[in-house]
Each structure stands twice: as C-alpha cells, then as structure tokens.
Write a protein that binds this ligand. Structure first.
Ligand SMILES: Nc1ncnc2c1ncn2[C@@H]1O[C@H](COP(=O)(O)OP(=O)(O)OP(=O)(O)O)[C@@H](O)[C@H]1O
Length: 405
C-alpha cells in the first residue's frame, strides 16, 4: 500500500504536565534529525500526536528509523483520502484485503477532530464496518481483541486510515534529561549502560581512555564503532578520547600491585569529573554491575567515587550478565563488544587486585604520583570527534581483523 503519512503517538511524555511542550519540541528535533536524509518529509508535532507526511518517500525506510527514536510509544503508517465516504470504503477494503487471512476478525475505531463532518464516529464505525463485511469474504466483526483494528481519523485536511500499530522504542526524547558522559570501554556492559541512559533522555557523550602503544588502533576503532552504533539513537554523538598511557605507567611504577586498579580508576574518575564539568555535563555513566569483577564491589566504589561529587550513574548495576547480553544483542553492540581487543585496563590489571580496597590507603598510594601534572597532560591530549550512525571505523582495520578471525 502507498502510505501518505506516519502518525506517531507519544510515550511517557504525555504525562509530563508543563514540561510537555519541551518534550514534544525535543522529540520533533530528534525525529527530524533521524530522518534528515529524506528532505521531502514534513514533520508536524502537535499536542497529542506527531504527523509525518511522506510525500512519496517509501514508508518502510522511515519506519526503520522511527523505531530507534526514544519518546515514541508507537506509530501507524496511514493513508489520507478526501472527506468522502466512498474513498474511505475503497481504501479500507483494500487495506483489509491486503492482510486478510481466513478466520480473521476486525473492528473499526473512529476519532473525529473535524466535528463538521456529516457523520459522527458511531455512524462511521457502522457504515464502514458494514462495507468491509460485504466486501471481504469470511471476515468477522469482534469488539474485544480483534486481529485487525481499522483506525479512522476525520481531520480538517482529510480522513486518515491505518490498520497497523508499530511498537516504538519507548523512553524519553534524547536531550530532555540534560547531558551526561558515558565511560565507554570496548566491553559488553558500557554500551548497554549508554543505551539505557539515552533511553531516559540523556544527551550522552562517549569518553574512551586508551593507552597506545599498549592498546592498538583496532581497540580505538572498536570503541568508535560502538559509539556509532549508539549514535543511531540520537542522530550523532561526541566521542572524546583521553590518552591514559603515561598515567598507567606511572601508577604501575609507584603503587603497590594490589592497589594498581583502584588508583587507575581514581585517576579515570578524576579525568571524567574534569571533562564532565568542562563540557557542562551533569553526571558520569559507567557499565558497572555489582559484584561482577574486582573493581565492582561496593568498597571499590567507595574508594573510586571518593574523587568526584558528581553523580555516578550505573544503569546496569543490578543486572545479571545474561540480562546485559540480551540487551547488547538487541541493540547490535554484542558482536562488536566480543571482538578480541585489549583494553587499557586489562593490560595493566594486576593478577590479584584488592576486591575490598581501603579508602585511606587508596588516597595515600595515590599521593605517590603527580596527580595534577599527569591529569593536565592527559587533558591536553584529548581529542574530540563527532560520530554518526552507520559510519565504518572497522573497515579501515579490515586486514588486521582478517588475520584475527
Ligand atoms: N578504556 C576505558 N574507557 C572508558 N571507560 C572505561 C574503560 N575501561 C573501563 N571503563 C568503564 O569502567 C567500567 C568498568 O570496567 P571493567 O573493565 O571493570 O568492567 P567490565 O565489566 O569489563 O565493563 P565493560 O563490559 O563495559 O568493559 C566500564 O563499564 C566502563 O564504563
């Protein structure tokens, strides 16, 4: 069927009282961004619904993009006809025939915003229901949970018909919760944490620590590729890479082995604090899940959180690994995450890190290194780039990958 419009129903934002306008405007901006390469589309957001006029663009491509936009509860591809019941009958019958299977049930559900139209909602339901029964052999009416609901909307500019409701991504429009900074490693958990934060409306920037020559260009490319996958949910993301080699070397030299990991993480957190404040972010996000590894005990969190007063949000904190993996598969980050590239933390990880580090010791071991000088040099070496969905960072490394597979 040649659809003319997609009608979008808002998610949770309908309940947000006076913030509603802000939410609807953000959603409008995000939808336009997601559809920027379809220049003829027209997006119009009103109080209750958003209408996307397709202007002959193929609905299927637009539908795939819309599925990723947070703040959409669901949406329906629709066909606009004139305010003329004969046109309504013909289109609805065609719509029904296109999906009819023996034994199928249906009902008609009409809404009317143009109250001048000659028939009211009950009359339209009855008249159209009757025509469908006459013209589609074997179909039956059922009021409760029918297989198909033919939705009819009578508006000033025409009558809109739809029969399909496609699930949206839910959540809140990206940007409505303010800016946050994700600590993005190459692992499974942090991309999932980023996705979940974005789903709650956070405009997420991706921060990656890397340690050349101990970590390779491929490890960096992998983090960028993960950022590009996450960018599908917001249109684009900032990728902030922070050089971490000198810090790790100095810690390795001066800090006892049991506290290597804790002091490294304190320095990461100090840098996160500085970058987040500098870029007007409001919180730090990471992929920690309680008890998963040595750095993820509550004692470790006390010893590491000590260096920042910003909120450190951990969206996957209470999830099992299998639950995290399920989300990673759904959002298409899993296969990337399991590619075998060394992370800056694993290379400098001690064989037996303290799982319950002491706060006072963490502080005093950290005093052995030149925190200020090291941080300043790392901050001076930061590189920031804009990453968009669908960009390919791995192919540049294709030869190296081919050898590894
Ligand atoms: N190189 C890095 N750059 C940015 N953040 C990092 C880096 N390494 C670790 N982190 C952050 O610290 C968190 C804990 O890392 P850790 O290596 O202990 O756990 P993990 O379970 O392997 O997490 P992940 O699967 O996200 O790598 C990560 O989820 C991530 O948010």
């Amino acid at each position: 069927m040649q659809y003319t419009e997609i009608m979008v129903r808002y998610g949770e934002l309908s309940t947000k009282g006076k913030n509603r306008r802000n939410f609807i405007d953000s959603l409008g901006r995000n939808v336009r961004k997601a559809l920027h390469d379809f220049p003829t589309l027209k997006v119009h957001a009103d109080r209750d619904r958003m209408h996307i006029s397709l202007n002959d663009e193929p609905a299927t491509d637009v539908i795939e993009r819309l599925k990723l936009v947070f703040g959409i509860q669901n949406f329906s591809p629709s066909i606009r006809v004139a305010q003329d019941m004969d046109e309504v009958y013909a289109t609805a019958i065609e719509m029904m025939k296109a999906q009819f299977k023996p034994g199928m049930t249906f009902k008609v559900n009409t809404r009317r915003s143009d109250h001048h139209f000659e028939y009211d909602t009950n009359e339209i339901n009855d008249m159209l229901g009757g025509k469908i029964l006459e013209n589609v052999d074997g179909i039956k009416v059922q009021m409760k949970q029918p297989d198909v609901i033919i939705r009819v909307e009578v508006r000033m500019n025409g009558i809109f018909l739809s029969s399909e409701t496609i699930q949206g991504a839910g959540g809140l429009p990206v940007g409505t919760a303010g800016k946050g900074m994700l600590m993005l490693s190459g692992g499974i958990d942090s991309p999932v944490a980023g996705y979940l934060g974005m789903k709650r409306g956070v405009d997420m920037e991706m921060v990656h620590f890397f340690s050349p020559p101990y970590t390779s260009e491929q490890a960096l490319a992998k983090a960028k590729q993960l950022a590009s996958t996450l960018a599908s949910y917001s249109g684009s993301v900032k990728f902030i890479q922070i050089p971490f080699t000198e810090i790790q070397e100095e810690i390795k030299e001066k800090v006892p082995e049991g506290y290597l990991m804790t002091v490294q993480r304190r320095l990461m957190m100090r840098l996160m604090d500085a970058v987040t404040r500098d870029r007007h972010g409001k919180a730090i996000f990471n992929g920690e899940s309680l008890g998963q590894v040595a750095s993820q005990t509550m004692d470790s969190m006390i010893a590491i959180n000590d260096v920042t007063t910003l909120p450190v949000l951990r969206p996957v904190i209470s999830m099992d690994k299998t639950e995290i993996i399920k989300i990673a598969e759904n959002i298409d980050t899993y296969n990337l995450s399991i590619m075998p590239f060394e992370d800056c933390c694993t290379i400098f990880a001690p064989p037996a890190p303290k799982t319950h580090p002491k706060l006072d010791r963490s502080r005093s071991y950290e005093e052995r290194i030149d925190v200020e000088g090291l941080m300043q040099r790392a901050l001076d070496g930061i590189k920031i780039s804009e990453i968009k969905p669908g960009e390919d960072y791995m192919n540049a490394q294709a030869d190296v990958f081919a050898e590894l597979l």
